[in-house]
Design a protein around this ligand. Sequence first.
Ligand SMILES: [Fe+2]
Length: 236
Amino acid sequence: MSVIPKVFTEEDRETWRAILHAQKQTRDQQVCDLFLEGVEILGLREDHFPVLEETNQILRRLTNFEGVLVEGLEEGAQFYNLLKHRQFPVGNFIRNRQDLSYTPAPDIVHDLYGHLPFFTDKTYADFCQEFGAIAMSFADRPELLNQFERFFWFTIEFGLIQTPQGRRIFGAGIASSIGECQFALSDQVEVVPFSVAAVCDQDFRIDQIQKKLFCLTSPQQLYDSLDELRRRVQNL
Ligand SMILES: [Fe+2]
């Protein structure tokens, strides 16, 4: 059943403006080019409150991905099934103006600003679809789904990446939060090289700031890791 788009208030629009304004000051030095280019392509700006359908028209043309409005949190098989069908859930609300760096659930800032820019890239989009398809092939083994949760969490949500300009943020969960951006690149974080085994063995709490993060050498390193992930889960 499709979700009716929320009618956003002037206060909601001010929240968007404030967050995008703050992000713009620092993101070029913090976040990877894949994200920055996607933000440009999608035309995400502080002076224009985003309209999902406008964003989707660009995404569909480029990579045949689209955002779909959801109420609440999409988890587990429901979430992987969306990815398998080249869809990404977008929260139908924006966080409270009182605390710009906190959201109780994924909102339009986290999902549309944080995640959707990455889906302008065909290889990234194809990777996410294949990841969703592999996870869905284990949907009848719910005890194994935590492997996919951890993999997704420490890469697509909270990954770091080494670039010629230095270490940058690769994860949308970090990229969409001013506080997480600062913290993730600070010396308070333990940074470990990415490997399938390392991320799948690492438990996490969604309600705490991430003190241990995994760093990719390139996006391709991540894209090339799906066979290993599938084999690992098959053998559990
Ligand atoms: Fe997310």
